[in-house]
Design a protein around this ligand. Structure first.
Ligand code: HEC
Length: 153
């Protein structure tokens, strides 16, 4: 080896694969930045999140009320379920405590069978727990049948 004193690196060609990787990375980075910058592409984490939530809501069983209205046996059972599960918050006669009065003619989240079912099955934001997993749609429907005649018309 003769050392001429000149720098030797410039005599070596950069390997093609390395160049490809290098420019590939730059292109990838630009693409990435463009597609994930909200101000450029309008991308938003929340949009994706909302889409996922909407898809999940569709897989949730829809309102599944069974009609026990006026059925004495069902109302009796509903009363027991209410006493065990709901009375701590709503009082045994449903006139309210920690939770609101359920005998009022109008309820905040609606007083149709479907509205009340949703209140009980899926819960409500300010402290009403969801009960679908715990007691199932049949018992919820019986509780609704129990509540119905208590409500002021
Ligand atoms: C841990 C206490 C608690 C228990 C147990 C509970 N609730 Fe509630 N419930 C609440 C609270 C608090 C609210 C008000 C929620 C809100 O305003 O967002 C509520 C709201 C409701 C509503 C909606 C009322 C309206 O004004 O629209 C219904 C219907 C209801 N509960 C029925 C029931 C039934 C039936 C049970 C038993 C299966 C039950 N709750 C058990 C605390 C409870």
């Amino acid at each position: 080896m003769h050392d001429t004193g000149e720098p030797q690196e410039s005599h070596n060609k950069i390997p093609k694969g390395w160049l490809l990787f290098f420019f590939g990375m730059i292109i990838f980075m630009i693409g990435y930045i463009v597609s994930y910058t909200p101000a450029i592409s309008g991308w938003s984490f929340y949009k994706g999140f909302e889409k996922e939530m909407a898809a999940a809501a569709k897989t949730r069983p829809s309102v599944d009320v069974k009609h026990f209205s006026g059925d004495k046996e069902a109302i009796k059972e509903g009363k027991e379920i209410f006493a065990n599960t709901c009375a701590p918050c709503h009082n045994a006669d449903a006139t309210g405590g920690i939770g609101p009065n359920l005998t009022a003619a109008t309820l905040k989240f609606g007083a149709t069978e479907k509205d009340i079912y949703e209140s009980i099955a899926n819960g409500r934001p300010n402290g009403m727990p969801p009960f679908l997993q715990q007691i199932g749609s049949e018992k919820i429907s019986k509780v609704i049948a129990f509540l119905e005649p208590l409500r002021k018309k």
